[in-house]
Structure formats: structure tokens, C-alpha cells
Design a protein around this ligand. Structure first.
Ligand code: COI
Length: 354
């Protein structure tokens, strides 16, 4: 039996829910009434509490503000036809947070603490889970160092938080991506596989540059040769070439995406050939030119399945096959959604009911 810990609950006396358009929530702008906080001190997690969502008071010397000692997760809760709240693969997020913590010299948040705190928070804010098609409640757990110390060493104190908010699509349209061959997201031995703030901050400059040129996102390439596909920063990348699903292996430079893993599992379930291997930009471009690239898409919690309609490489925009006709990725999204909303059998045990 998993041991449960006491969580103190301080309710918000004035809900903001009535002011929110749950039919059309915009990603990342609105937050639910409550948040969870736990503090780590002297080797243990303590003072578990759910309190009204609000600003934090932090020392200006807080080590995270200076040195990015922070990690996070992203997962979603869905409302099924009967009004029940279903969370997609939360245990996988809890495990990945622990992996990120280890890389960043942080104490692990035990899986049981992660699950219990998320469950209690969602029970309290269950009315915030939207029901309109394509909507969900985004759950953002994060952990940060709290020592007010500007020397460089692992902190002695940490906090673990969970905030949530109703969301719609992260990318509302198929995306245009640019292959990045100058800047680097992650190198072998670095922090690419960890979901840590610095990875995202460092990616902003090249991403903004590409946006100014008219692209939504980058395809990061490997740090050594800038020849092989990595990931996209907000999502993993998958391609269908000659009816084979191909994606970069989840090594130490790319995030081991849970949506990515779910899609690979669904593909294998249906007997599709799946290859997790290095894939060069040259191979992708050749496959496009020879008409063998059938589909290209990103996969992530926020992005879900984001279709790539244009791929830019070395000065050339390649228009990819029509999105509506992409039978594999459209079906993966449809099946994933049906599992998430409890409409078909969940044979892998991915859905966690609140
Ligand atoms: C997610 O997909 O949940 C993420 O954490 C990506 C984030 C950069 C929006």
C-alpha cells in the first residue's frame, strides 16, 4: 500500500471560474483557483498544502532566479461523457520528473506524493476541467531550488508546485518548421533529455529568429554535425516514409516524450513498422523529393499531434503532403483522443481516473 501524506487545504473564497470562457480556452493564459505546494528541507518533503492560486514571494537571491535550477512536467486531464475526470499517463510524468531531478541535483518528488497531490488538487478544481471538443485541463507540476544563495552549489531547500489551467490547442494550425543548422539545443552529455527551464530559455533566440522568417518552430539538429533530426523544443518529431514510422531515438539529447511513446505503442499495436533511429535531414529531403515522405508531425502533451505542412531546409521551402490525407497521424490523434476521453478501451492502462 502506498503511504499517503496529510495535505492542508485552504480554499479560495472567490472562484474566478465564472469569468473564464471554458468553451475556447487559450493555452497558458488562465489558471484554476488553487495550486499545490510542498517544501523540501532537512531531507524531507513537508508542509503539503493546497492554497488559492496566487503570486509567490521569493528572495531576490533565490538560486533558481540566477541559475535556472528548475524542472517541470506537462500533462492533461480530460472530461469524459459522464463528467468523470481522466488524466493521461500521470505516472509517466512523475517518473520523468524524477529523472530530470537527478540530472539537476534535486531531491526526487516521490511518485506517490506526485500522484496524491495532483489527485487532491484536481478533486478540488474539478469544475475547471473543460468539456468542449479539443479542450482539456493542462497540469503543470514544477520543482525549483529555494535557497537564497548566489554561490554555485546544489540548494538545500526546494519547493514542488502544481498549477493547472484549461487549454485548447497549442498549435491551432498545421505548422511550418525550419531546419536549424547553426544553433544547438542540446549536446551529448548535456541536459537535453531533462525537462529543465534552461533548455527552453536557450532555445528562444533561434526560435524567434525563425519566427521572424515566417516559421512556427525549428527542427533542431545534432550538435556535432547538424545533420540529424533531434526534436522541436515543444514536441518530438515523427515521419512516415514508405509506410514506416521513423523517429529519433530518445537518447540524452532529446526529451523522452510521453505522447511520442504512446504513438509508437499505437503504431506497433496495429502492426506498423516503427524505427527509432538516427534520421538525417538529407534522408528526409530525399524522401520528400522522391515522393516517399507521406507524413511529418510533432508529438507532445501541449502540441498533441501537430501536423507539419512546410519544412524549410537550406533556403528551400518543401510543401509536404496534404494534411487531411495523412492516414497514420490523423488516426493516431483520433485513437489517442478516444482513449483520453474514455471512448474506447484503454488496453495499456494509460488513463487515471480522479
Ligand atoms: C508540454 O508539451 O506539456 C510541454 O511541456 C511543452 C511546453 C514547452 C509547452
Amino acid at each position: 500500500m502506498v503511504e499517503t501524506m496529510d495535505i492542508r487545504i485552504e480554499k479560495n473564497s472567490k472562484s474566478k471560474l465564472q469569468q473564464v470562457d471554458l468553451e475556447n480556452p487559450v493555452f497558458g493564459k488562465v489558471y484554476s483557483d488553487h495550486m499545490f505546494i510542498a517544501d523540501y528541507e532537512n531531507g524531507e518533503w513537508k508542509d503539503l498544502r493546497i492554497v488559492p492560486y496566487g503570486d509567490l514571494q521569493i528572495s531576490p537571491a533565490n538560486t533558481t532566479l540566477h541559475y535556472a535550477s528548475t524542472i517541470f512536467e506537462g500533462l492533461k486531464a480530460y472530461r469524459d461523457r459522464n463528467g468523470e475526470i481522466l488524466v493521461f499517463r500521470p505516472e509517466a510524468n512523475a517518473k520523468r520528473l524524477i529523472k530530470s531531478a537527478e540530472r539537476m541535483c534535486m531531491p526526487p518528488v516521490p511518485e506517490a506524493l506526485f500522484m496524491q497531490s495532483m489527485t487532491e488538487l484536481l478533486k478540488l478544481d474539478k469544475d475547471w476541467v473543460p468539456s468542449a471538443p479539443g479542450t482539456s485541463l493542462y497540469i503543470r507540476p514544477f520543482q525549483m531550488a529555494m535557497d537564497p544563495y548566489i554561490g554555485i552549489k546544489p540548494s538545500q531547500t526546494y519547493s514542488f508546485f502544481i498549477i493547472t489551467g484549461p487549454v485548447g490547442a497549442y498549435y491551432s494550425q498545421p505548422v511550418k518548421v525550419k531546419v536549424e543548422k547553426h544553433y544547438t539545443r542540446a549536446a551529448a552529455g548535456g541536459t537535453g533529455f531533462a525537462k529543465t527551464g534552461g533548455n527552453y530559455a536557450a532555445a528562444l533566440y533561434p526560435a524567434v529568429k525563425a519566427q521572424k522568417e515566417g516559421y512556427d518552430q525549428l527542427i533542431w539538429t545534432d550538435a556535432k554535425e547538424h545533420a540529424y533530426v533531434e526534436e522541436s523544443g515543444t514536441m518530438n518529431l515523427l515521419f512516415v516514409i514508405d509506410d514506416v514510422l521513423v523517429t529519433a531515438p530518445a537518447g540524452d539529447t532529446i526529451l523522452n516524450g510521453i505522447t511520442r511513446d504512446s504513438i509508437l505503442t499505437l503504431a506497433r499495436d496495429q502492426g506498423m513498422k516503427v524505427e527509432e533511429r538516427r534520421i538525417s535531414i538529407k534522408e528526409i529531403v530525399q524522401a520528400i523529393e522522391q515522393g516517399r515522405l507521406q507524413e511529418a508531425f510533432g508529438a507532445g502533451t501541449a502540441a498533441t499531434v501537430a501536423q507539419i505542412k512546410t519544412l524549410h531546409n537550406d533556403g528551400i521551402d518543401y510543401e509536404l503532403p496534404d494534411v487531411a490525407g495523412r492516414k497514420y497521424s490523423n488516426q493516431f490523434l483520433d485513437t489517442l483522443n478516444k482513449i483520453r476521453y474514455g471512448e474506447i478501451e484503454d488496453k495499456h492502462g494509460w488513463v487515471y481516473k480522479i
